[in-house]
Design a protein around this ligand. Structure first.
Ligand code: FAD
Ligand code: FES
Length: 360
């Protein structure tokens, strides 16, 4: 039998070796000049050693990367045709077998150690970095703020309803994703709805430091979660928490365009203090016969005056929605809410291909 002390010594040596190798790779690993070939363009010439994502950002090529390179969002997928090395354990949970076969990688995890060849969708190459100025900040609830950023340089944005931007946290290399709540008709400003995450880096900055008049940088637009305008199906919108942002953009856009599609909007909140844009939605429902608004509260505070729906939003949808014929759904909110709503919709006969969602 191997004595425990020997096991401990061996583990310590192996661990120490790992740290030393990582340090050597980090500090001594000189990979020299490497080329990053993108589509059919001239290559970027870089000194190897950083991630593909970092070099792309350095060269003002902005691809979706909501977690800022921490391998937690799975958004920075690109096809790496050559030079990417093996798929890392940090990437594997985000990649299907098909994607791995096609060379899809999380490029925040792919270190440039030799020449690399990538395919980048044209839409990503159109993403821009904007200098913006805070025009408005207001409390919507006890933990949600509405922020309006005026675009300074460039001074206008083309986007689809439902897409998001990445907000650069000043003084750091970090950025976070926020959906645009404003419709695409707002060419020169964007509206964000931000919920405070206790201890959060970006939301801590926004809630404690950001002031009207401050200049901040964003990149965008990003995202596949957007209104399908070529469809004539009726629309089901479901939002929870700060998930209202892209849904607000979608609904505002639809009615600005005078849609004749039937739009039903379910909003899940905990208590009366968490309701926002409530009067505005009731007013829209009064004005537009093809708009229905169904808010529901799941954890009312003692003393809350509420005669509307109660319970988790998926149970309310289950109760109120007769069927899903000729309907498509746009869902945005916490992962557990989205998963529960998808289950209900599938059970009611909605095809997965008609369900679009953003989880956050
Ligand atoms: C496509 C997309 C769109 C988004 N749109 C919006 C939006 O419109 N409004 C909005 O408020 N947020 C939105 N988010 C979430 C946002 O990007 C940040 O993740 C969030 O604001 C927290 O950032 P932070 O830097 O304050 O927290 P971090 O410093 O990143 O996190 C601090 C701690 O909180 C945990 N945490 C992070 N996010 C959450 C969360 N949402 N709930 C609970 N715990 C969390 C982390 O795991 C960590 O332990 C979106 C995310 C994505 C991917
Ligand atoms: S940037 Fe989030 S996984 Fe790569």
């Amino acid at each position: 039998m191997i004595p425990w002390t020997a096991v401990l010594v061996l583990s310590a040596v192996a661990g120490g070796l790992g740290v030393v190798l990582a340090a050597l790779d980090r500090y001594l690993g000189t990979y020299g000049e490497c080329k990053i070939y993108i589509n059919d363009n001239e290559p970027l010439v870089v000194q190897g050693g950083n991630s593909v994502l970092q070099y792309l950002v350095d060269h003002k090529i902005f691809i979706p990367s909501a977690c800022g390179g921490r391998a937690t969002c799975g958004f920075c997928k690109l096809r790496v045709l050559e030079g990417g090395g093996l798929v890392l354990p940090t990437e594997a949970p985000f990649l299907s077998k098909d994607e791995i076969r096609q060379g899809v990688r999380l490029v925040c995890q792919v270190k440039v150690k030799q020449d690399v060849r990538l395919l980048i969708p044209e839409a990503y190459l159109r993403v821009q970095r904007f200098r913006t100025q805070v025009a408005e900040i207001a409390d919507l609830t006890h933990d949600i703020k509405r922020i309006v950023l005026k675009l300074l340089e460039p001074d206008s944005i083309e986007c689809k309803p439902g897409q998001y931007i990445q907000f650069e946290v000043p003084g750091t290399n970090e950025f976070r994703a926020y959906s645009m709540a404003s419709p695409p008709s707002w060419k020169h400003a964007i509206e964000l709805i931000v919920r405070l995450v206790p201890g959060g880096l970006c939301t801590g900055y926004i809630f404690n430091h950001l002031q009207v008049g401050d200049e901040v940088y964003i990149t965008g637009p990003y995202g596949e979660f957007y209104l399908r305008e070529d469809s004539q199906r009726d629309i089901l919108c479901v939002a929870g928490g700060s998930g209202v942002a892209p849904i607000k953009s979608i609904i505002t856009h639809l009615f600005e365009k005078g849609t004749t599609r039937r739009v039903t909007y379910f909003f899940g909140a905990r208590a009366v203090k968490d309701l926002y844009f409530y009067q505005e939605c009731l007013e829209l429902a009064r004005q537009r016969p093809n708009f229905t608004y169904i808010p529901a509260l799941s954890a009312m505070d003692p003393g809350d005056q509420w005669d509307g729906e109660t319970g988790f939003i998926h149970t309310v949808i289950d109760k109120k929605l007769d069927g899903c014929d000729n309907m498509e759904a746009y869902l945005c909110g916490p992962p557990v809410m989205i998963d529960a709503v998808i289950e209900v919709l599938k059970r009611k006969g909605m095809s997965e291909s008609c369900i679009y969602f953003d989880k956050f």
